[in-house]
Design a protein around this ligand. Sequence first.
Ligand code: LCS
Length: 398
Amino acid sequence: MLKHNIMKNEESGFNTKLIHSGGIDDQFHSATVPIYQTSTFSFDSADEGARCFAGESEGYIYTRIGNPTINALEKQLAILENGYGGVAVSSGMAAATTIYLGLMSQGDHIISTDAIYGPARGVMEKQFTRFGFQSTYINTTDVTQIEKAIKPNSKILYIETPANPTMDITDLVACAEIAKKHKLLLVVDNTFCSPYLQNPLDLGADIVFHSMTKFINGHADIVAGIIIPREKAMYDKLRNMMINLGCNMDPHQAYLVLRGLKTLGIRIDRAQQSALEVAKFLESHPKVAWIKYPGLKSHPQFELANQQMKGSGSMISFGLKGGYVASKKLLDNVKLALLAVSLGGVETLIQHPASMTHSKVSAEDKQKAGITDDLIRLAIGIEDVKDIIADLDKALSL
Ligand code: LCS
């Protein structure tokens, strides 16, 4: 019996599952999942080929449809998120668009958190209107607003929590109740937490997805995404859409994610421990006007964060008393933190959402969503925390 399969045991701890769940049944008993760098797979016979295409045989056909390295990653993420299966895709945006196109029909309506990753909103409001998709973006931290936004054609409730970049937290259990009552599909972008810190399917969501570019891969060297539905019917629909859109992952990309995934727990443990120290440093700094970090009591949803997340994560948003001018000065003067978008890697990154990740969101929508001009987003890495703080301290003093 394959040793990796033994470890699929639900009793295993999360870090044990990171190392031993998933795996692959290869003839040489390799400790890691090999890279099946092939576009196609040969059949033993014409009958076997026909059986594969008819779905009567589990054999591989073509990498856009399925590949052992990619499938190993999909299985492992499905285990970690307690879902039916995983659909790996080429990026986090491919995950969002596969969900939109796979589950919405002409005239359907989506309700979503207003402060979400900018392009995930932009594509819906600026491009998918051509296909008759309708959308309403609201502050989902106030769940009463969700019920008010529901229309007869509402199909999906799409939540990002913590939200990028405001760090606002939405109550997933309350959302699941609303979704169930109104027959909406609850989709959760779990990128900021990873399955280590939050498991939306366990809280009642129907579909969870990730930009694996971030914590899951963790090393800032690839772009990737994954969708994990709770049930087979949804999995089949999304897998089919991914295959036909052609936004599949590449086997080498999957190998790198499998490799990064093994250390997800220890990377997040360290980064979030540092993030709390950095957040406390910023909170007490005279030049800091405000800060939002789920691990600080000052966060408006501190209690909720404690209930639905297993840790506070490593993302911090804050503003300086000198507004945008002071923010720009800080961004130009940090030396250790890289002035770069993205997050969830081993290196500390700093960026200005209003002019970078969320620059395409209209000024009015940015203001409504709380993406203010002074907002600086910090993604804490795993460097020595004293160096991260010293870097910020020095840059703030200039
Ligand atoms: N969802 C969230 C919450 C994200 O932060 C991102 C990317 C995506 C989806 C899309 O994933 P991708 O296609 O890039 O893999 N967030 C980015 C950010 O905050 N800075 O750069 C990219």
